[in-house]
Design a protein around this ligand. Sequence first.
Ligand SMILES: Cc1cc2nc3c(=O)[nH]c(=O)nc-3n(C[C@H](O)[C@H](O)[C@H](O)COP(=O)(O)OP(=O)(O)OC[C@H]3O[C@@H](n4cnc5c(N)ncnc54)[C@H](O)[C@@H]3O)c2cc1C
Length: 396
Amino acid sequence: MGSFSQIVVVGASLAGLRAAQTLREEGYTGELSLVGAEPHLPYNRPPLSKSVLTGDDDVALPGADDVDVHWRGGRRAVRLDTGGRTVALDDGTSLSYDGLVIATGVRPRRLPEEQMTLRGVHVLRTIDDATTLRRALATDPGRVVIIGGGFIGGEVASTVRHLGHQVTVVDAGAVPMDDTIGERAGRWLAVHHGKNGVELISGVRVVEVTGKDGRVSGVRLSDGRTVPADLVVAGMGVVPNTDWLNGSGVHVDDGVVTSAELFADGVSDVVAAGDVARWPHGLFGGELVRVEHWANANEQGAVAARNLLRGPGQAEPFDAVPALGTRVHGTRIQWAGLPRLADESSIVTGTPEDDKFSVAFTRDGVLVGAVAVNFPKEMIRLRKAIAAREQLAVTI
Ligand SMILES: Cc1cc2nc3c(=O)[nH]c(=O)nc-3n(C[C@H](O)[C@H](O)[C@H](O)COP(=O)(O)OP(=O)(O)OC[C@H]3O[C@@H](n4cnc5c(N)ncnc54)[C@H](O)[C@@H]3O)c2cc1C
């Protein structure tokens, strides 16, 4: 173990908490500061688009309240000086470090500010966003428009529809989640939304959210139509929280670019983990990937912390298979690997018409991704095959 005495973790959510817990588990006894921009102890985000919107406030992350750290909640890191090894905070104080974990995650992409501040326009990333949205839904807004049919947009559409609201999803792609689950499963998902009473408008962009007397009134689309709305949820993707690293020398390009062992490019005392980290993935030919899933942040926080303590010479590369599962209108959808890298794909079991099927994605004959709808056993098999880099002959 290197001789550390002042480790700072910036970002107090899943990856940051797991890093802090792992540092202690590995026997690190020096100063440990956990800096988080939100005033809350680390909590779980997956329930925010599901149970929290329906009234259940349980977002606890086990161990969040008893990890031995100097807690700096409600404080934002505003600057990093890698030469002087200090992190400046937004209250004018600064923290010295000899080891640093960057776990600042991502934030939702926003509409232009004058549209974002209309009453009835929401984003969903934090517990405060979720409870605000829940209160707005309780006023029975009538027509809810969700901008973006991605993973979060799809989950919100499902939850809000099941609360009884009228829901329209506007998505720029030809089918929803094409880049994540591929064209076939995306086509199935479009039908699935329809069957469950969600109107899906595909292949058009929202060019403006319109308002009247300071309240949202609708969304204007790129094809000239306007869809009336009483409540809008903007689920238009995310931006990594890296502004505070500007000028620090840490390499930032759609996230913090790291080595396979999660060390920030060229800096041996700084590691990154979770949604903010972009690293060369050994299973995918060293392709730089950034993964926005719970299991990734959970495992990566721990590995980054262990690697920091061991130093680059004895660090282990992070090459877990990215994987995520969700339920949309009660149907289980899981995906693993990186389907977007594939040059071929094929349904390997079941049929979309039965709402039960799996799709395999290959690049140069090697399995790089898989999607399973209502087929958890099949997902276990395919996920193992991705980790083993199995050859698979599939046809489109
Ligand atoms: C609504 C929703 C539902 C989801 N559902 C699922 C799901 O079903 N399955 C799944 O696998 N994944 C899901 N996810 C994704 C999962 O929650 C994330 O992958 C995970 O939270 C990433 O953890 P993280 O610690 O890397 O980053 P984050 O959770 O983004 O946390 C980063 C933290 O850093 C803080 N921060 C940012 N900048 C600074 C700064 N300068 N100084 C100090 N602190 C800072 C932020 O305030 C934030 O608290 C969901 C996400 C959302 C929003």
